[in-house]
Design a protein around this ligand. Structure first.
Ligand SMILES: Nc1ncnc2c1ncn2[C@@H]1O[C@H](COP(=O)(O)OP(=O)(O)OP(=O)(O)O)[C@@H](O)[C@H]1O
Ligand SMILES: [Mg+2]
Length: 225
């Protein structure tokens, strides 16, 4: 039973056909990367999987729930319980410390717990930066807070849209090693959008998009050798 099943998704905007019939499956615990040129529909697909946007037609089934059929309120609960998201921009709250930025996510989920938030930051290597504000941290460090924040409520699914897009090679490697470690420990499922070939060779599988279609689906192993 796959964790995610996407059936014939079409997404039309007034001025663009972003997705022209996309179907795919992601197994529980799998790490799938989505590649493709700018404008090919990667973010649109990720946003629809995450319930941040709705499809014009088609179904998205996550953990046996057809999320296209949920009301706004049901969808908000579903997202809160099941999904963590990281973006290219950190979107941290500038006047809060690292640990407070993680606690905000706990608060919106259920209840803030400072010691648990600190532990999460230690896990991403920021144990020495707990009381720093975002402007006092490097881009890579800020992105590590985002990872701690996205995973603090133990989501089953982590969605990432160009999570290393603003980082240099060194920090990109650090973030990927961190994701590898956390993924191997906690076995959550990852769907990650990138246009960086180096990034895409981490994880299990690569889907390539072109003009609103998935045109290739290949295991990462085939490309490493
Ligand atoms: N809110 C919107 N309104 C109108 N058109 C949109 C909207 N969002 C995306 N599009 C269009 O849909 C198509 C797919 O966009 P999308 O953002 O999914 O591409 P992408 O593959 O993520 O590109 P990039 O690599 O540049 O982030 C593009 O033609 C884009 O202009
Ligand atoms: Mg995009």
């Amino acid at each position: 039973m796959p964790l995610i099943t996407v059936n014939s998704i079409i997404k039309e905007y007034e001025t663009a056909h972003a997705l022209r019939g996309v179907s795919m499956e992601v197994k529980k615990g799998e790490w799938v990367n989505i590649m493709g040129a700018s404008g090919s529909g990667k973010s649109t697909l990720l946003n629809i999987i995450g319930g941040l946007d709705s499809a014009t037609s088609g179904d998205v089934i996550i953990d046996s729930v057809n999320i296209e059929k949920l009301s706004e309120d049901e969808l908000a609960v579903f997202r809160r319980e099941k999904i963590g998201i990281i973006f290219q921009q950190a979107h941290l709250i500038p006047y809060l410390t690292a640990v407070e930025n993680v606690m905000i996510a706990q608060y919106f989920h259920s209840m803030a717990d400072e010691s648990e938030a600190k532990e999460a930051l230690q896990r991403v290597g920021l144990g020495q930066r707990l009381s720093h504000r975002p402007s006092q941290l490097s881009g890579g460090e800020q992105q590590r807070i985002c990872i701690a924040r996205a995973l603090i409520n133990s989501p089953e699914l982590l969605l990432a849209d160009e999570p290393t897009g603003n980082l240099d090679r060194e920090n990109t490697k650090m973030i990927l090693e961190l994701l590898k470690k956390l993924h191997s420990e906690d076995h959550f499922t990852i769907v990650l959008v990138t246009h960086d070939h180096f990034v895409s060779t981490h994880g299990d599988r690569i889907l390539t998009m072109e003009d609103g279609h998935i045109i290739r689906d290949e295991p990462v192993n085939d490309l490493r050798s």
